[in-house]
Write a protein that binds this ligand. Structure first.
Ligand SMILES: [Mg+2]
Length: 229
């Protein structure tokens, strides 16, 4: 099967979100006068992951994550700072820091003009829009769906309905969802009835029983799944 419409996740798929998050977290706590920001990072990461998992379960929306993660961090540690101020600084930093993985832009350049591309991302609108603008990504994509703007997230199907309408209703059979998350990207593609490609650069075991159509360890392998070559 070759695909003519590709839907890309952003975080941990095209973008090095680990680097972005570390730099933004350090800057946010430094701005609040906290001397050793990284003493709090592992607790923060656990809280943040749990909240985004709740977004995937449709229990909360992305904008709920923004302040709640810092309210919980202040509750669970000795951190003495204003959660709202930390949240505002973090959102600014997430937009301002972090780069695409090496090779991501080459893949997008190879695909642009030969297949239809869309971005489907679970995230806060302000963060993702700042990243898209700073990294000059908008021109690659015929549609950009950000869960925080739409009020609906992967693995739900409404976000895919939005993308399909924006792309002019491409064939489902020729469409591939590419992302690193089995719970949101792959389950979302399965729910919507399109093929899926699990981006698994670290060779993690799939576990969990979520089915996927393809698995790749390098984003360049996407080129072999399209009509480009
Ligand atoms: Mg991701």
């Amino acid at each position: 099967m070759t695909y003519s419409t590709l839907l890309f996740d952003l975080d941990h798929t095209l973008l090095d979100s680990v680097e972005s998050e570390r730099l933004a977290f350090e800057a946010a706590l430094a701005a609040a006068g906290i001397a050793r920001p990284f003493d709090y990072f592992s607790v923060y990461s656990r809280i943040n992951r749990a909240l985004w998992a709740a977004v995937e379960r449709q229990e909360i929306v992305p904008d709920d994550v923004r302040v709640t993660r810092f309210e919980q961090l202040v509750d669970q540690t000795d951190l003495d700072a204003d959660p709202v101020a930390l949240a505002d600084e973090l959102v600014a930093g997430l937009g301002a820091y972090g780069q695409l993985y090496p090779g991501s832009r080459d893949v997008l350049d190879s695909l642009k003009g030969t297949v239809a591309l869309a971005m489907v991302t679970n995230g806060i609108g302000e963060v993702q829009r700042a990243r898209i603008e700073r990294l000059d990504l908008e021109g690659y994509f015929g549609a950009i769906a950000i869960s925080g703007e739409l009020g609906t997230s992967k693995p739900g199907t409404d976000i895919f309905d939005f993308v399909f309408e924006a792309l002019g209703f491409p064939s489902k059979g020729g469409t591939l969802m590419i992302g690193d998350s089995l719970a949101s990207d792959i389950q979302g593609g399965n729910n919507f009835g399109i093929a899926t490609c699990w981006y698994n650069p670290d060779g993690q075991p799939a576990g969990s029983g979520v089915r996927f159509t393809h698995e790749i360890g390098s984003l360049r392998e996407v080129l072999d799944l399209t009509v480009v070559r």
